[in-house]
Design a protein around this ligand. Sequence first.
Ligand SMILES: [Zn+2]
Ligand SMILES: [Zn+2]
Length: 463
Amino acid sequence: MGYSEIICQICGVTFAIARIRTPQEPPTAAWDNHGTTGGGFVMCWAPDEDDFDDENSDGNVSGGCMIAVRADRDHEDGDLLALSQHPEEEMYPEDMRGVSKQDRAKILKRLGDLEKKYCLEHVAGPECGAGDGYHGDRISVEEMRTCSTMQGLVAKPPNWEPEDGDEDFERSGQYFLSGLVDSITNVDGLYSESSYPKRHGCDNTLPVTRHRDIAEDRYHVDFYSIPIHPACLESFKRATLRRYDRVDVGAFIQWWEVDSDEKSPVPIEDEDVRAGRSQWWQHFQGSEYLAANPCFVPNLDKGFLPMAPHTAGHEELFSSLPSEIRSLIFNHLSLEDISNLLLASPLSNRPSQNELRRRLILEWPWLWEAWSKLEYSVWVGPTARDLRESVKPPGKQIIVSDTDVVNWGSVFRWITKQRSNGELKGLKNRQRIWKRCEEMLDIVDTLRKYAGIGEETPVLLDG
Ligand SMILES: [Zn+2]
Ligand SMILES: [Zn+2]
């Protein structure tokens, strides 16, 4: 079987996403499509003198990109290191037309020699247009760090026993969670890495994207799993919480068993995913948000500011109105209008803030910080390597313990402003994933109605 990538069954994006670092970033900020912890990086070839001689040449069309030498240090040559364009690493510009002919000859010889034994790394310049990784300037390591970490929803064997740390749905449903895998990228590499930790006796699962592979035991393995990003499952849980007032992972299983196939899930309107999907993922500029963790969004917390204390004598306009009238007026205003009105009177009172929050939840249901205190699962933040090495990953869940203290106008304005600047990429991804979950749940609702079973009935259809 040829190379084919495994796709998260909730968000529709591959686990094989690469990142090309900028010269300012350390080597750990770069990885290839074998994942964040595989140790690989996007490579390049050593140029030769012809590339720079051609009169009308734009050279190796270069966006200011660099070539980093990732060879052992004892292969260093003091003379050459002095020619490096980077203070700490041996790094040369891809376009060496600006380097003296003499120095260039030395560098090219060195790169040519090294290339026989080592890999040279492509480092992104400001105008880098490489499509084999996302550009380090356009999405941070922190946002991307779990994009290649996969978890499996594993079909339970008949002798399955509960274990410490099981979530409720694992005990009650037909699937349980595997540990994490950082670098399963394609069907050929399936057995390259075990999941960690071993759960329920299982550390080797076969991810499949069609239910009939499980139902028919197509590959004769002990454990099959549905591949997902842990953060996508958290998003799905909240979509069910919003719709059914309870977490219902079974709804995802029900959707998947009926509706998944190789092509799904790529909704027509999910244009960036459709464009990126190919035998190898296409890292188009502007689609970096697809790799951003939708749960831990760096800088989102900066929008959740407390209200200024209320001072007598500074009543805002709306506080003096009866609540029905105020609601009536607010219903005719956009979120932006309301937020601006409250900004004009910063000491706005609680009823107006509550109204704004109500509208926020209605229009941005995916901003679950506004309505849910449900904690993230332990699987959301770490990579498998973090767990193996007991490293605490960055990122802290925002839990609003008292919605009355938050200035919802500032939440709205912060998010709107940041997003208009292309920031908070994880939130953009979350909004997209939420929509996808809603569509799955619409199908589930139809299935349940058709099957004549209530929402409380166990949701597994017989495979
Ligand atoms: Zn996903
Ligand atoms: Zn480049």
